[in-house]
Design a protein around this ligand. Structure first.
Ligand code: DSN
Length: 426
């Protein structure tokens, strides 16, 4: 089949702004040709992509369905209601707000809903795997509120609920966050809920990374345990860049008021539409197969890397991501990440628990399998992926650019054999 030209694919954009059209082409090519292992990234379907680029963009809709500050909501109300109902059904929560612009605003809305400035929030420490918005110092959540942090045990790399309970009893937080951005193990929602109940805190499960695994039945659900579930929509869930807050019925009003008018203005209706499409896709049986395959691929990749002497935080993974401490390989995380990028393998450098190095030049890398799974790369290929990572990390140590170029060619061949969803390159 002939490769379609930019003019065929994006005729209006190429005519109006060829410079920008060329940049979109270049990004499309990069996403097609590289092995994307950033655990928070994915490929949306062509349907999600189409929904996110529609005339819904043109409409202001401050308020909620049936209660807007602008007229002309005959269609938008239906779009938002559809998205919210699909979210409630998929995650089995009483209430869904699909308006948060992204994960950080969603979490800020939680603070606005339940805390006064200066109140205490208990969350996972950022360098241990948490998120900035779980009360970390450089975030507004750690400066306007009093952030208290739990970590992981040095010997196991896992959250220690006894530590969480002791901190909660001593500090009496009003909100407890569980979940994070570099947590390779199952989050014990039931254990956190017990602690939250004991100290009278609101339990917020930030499932941004694992929402797709929960939807697909490959990770336990927080629904029976959490008061509020916060998630982005673009990671394992494979939707557009956006977020949702789900909650028990008793918190619905507080959450809605916090998102609008508390924090945001008009919702991004084109994103709401694309979220609705992604939620429909996530309710389909094929999505369950994808979610389980993401985990199977991550486990297989972890085993292959461990067999090559890589030090995996917590010894492996239960989900979609691996956190790798490269100290024993004698290569800093950033040096490894940049060498892997030159080889067409895209990862991010990451702090590891108890990291003696600085966050911008840490000891580790974080990798994940959602995007490669969306391309249909099977578990049997994880040996090849681990072998490339091993070769490149070693080449980064010795400065051997020839070996890095050799891997680049092999990566390209695998990517050519596994076309990415949503990329209209042919
Ligand atoms: N930036 C996201 C991630 O990569 O995990 C978290 O916000």
């Amino acid at each position: 089949m002939a490769v379609r030209t930019t003019e065929d694919r994006r005729p209006a954009l190429s005519a109006a702004d060829p410079e920008l059209a060329a940049l979109v082409d270049a990004e499309e090519r990069l996403q097609a040709d590289t092995l994307r292992l950033i655990p928070s990234e994915n490929y949306v379907s062509a349907a999600v992509l189409e929904a996110s680029g529609t005339v819904l963009q043109n409409k202001y809709s401050e308020g909620y369905p049936g209660r807007r500050y602008y007229e002309g909501q005959q269609v938008i109300d239906q779009v938002e209601t559809l998205a919210a109902e699909r979210a409630r059904a998929l995650f089995r929560m009483d209430h869904a707000n699909v308006q948060p612009y992204s994960g950080s605003p969603a979490n800020l809305a939680v603070y606005l809903a339940f805390l006064e400035p200066g109140d205490t929030v208990l969350g996972m420490s950022l360098p241990m795997g948490g998120h900035l918005t779980h009360g970390w110092g450089v975030s507004a959540t750690g400066t306007w509120f009093r952030g208290v942090r739990y970590g992981v045990r040095r010997d196991t790399g896992r959250v220690d609920l006894d530590e969480v309970r002791d901190l909660a009893r001593a500090e009496r937080p009003k909100v407890i966050f569980c979940g994070g951005t570099a947590v390779p193990r199952v989050v014990d929602f039931a254990g956190f809920a017990e602690i939250a109940r004991e100290v009278g805190a609101v339990l917020v499960a930030d499932v941004a990374h694992i929402a797709g695994l929960i939807a697909g039945g490959a990770h336990p659900s927080p629904a029976p345990y959490a008061d509020v579930v916060s998630t982005t929509t673009h990671k394992t869930l494979r939707g557009p860049r956006g977020a949702m807050l789900l909650s028990r019925a008793e918190h619905a009003k507080a959450i809605d008021r916090a998102v609008f008018p508390g924090l945001q203005g008009g919702p991004h209706n084109q994103t709401t539409a694309a979220i609705a499409v992604a939620l429909k896709e996530a309710a389909a049986p094929e999505f369950g197969a994808y979610a389980h395959q993401v985990v199977a691929n991550a486990r297989a990749l972890g085993e292959e890397l461990a067999a090559r002497g890589f030090d995996l935080v917590s010894g492996g993974t239960d989900n979609h991501l691996l956190l790798i401490d490269l100290t024993g390989k004698d290569v800093p995380g950033k040096v490894a990440a940049k060498a892997l990028d030159r080889a067409g393998i895209v990862v991010n450098h990451n702090s590891v628990p108890y990291d003696p190095r600085k966050p911008f030049d840490p000891s580790g890398i974080r990798i994940g399998t959602p995007a490669l799974t969306s391309r249909g790369v099977p578990a049997s290929q994880m040996g090849a992926v681990a072998q490339w990572i091993d070769r490149v990390v070693d080449a980064a140590r010795t400065g051997d650019e020839t070996r890095i170029s050799e891997v680049r060619a092999e990566v390209k061949a695998m990517m050519d054999a596994c076309p990415a969803p949503g990329l209209p390159l042919v």
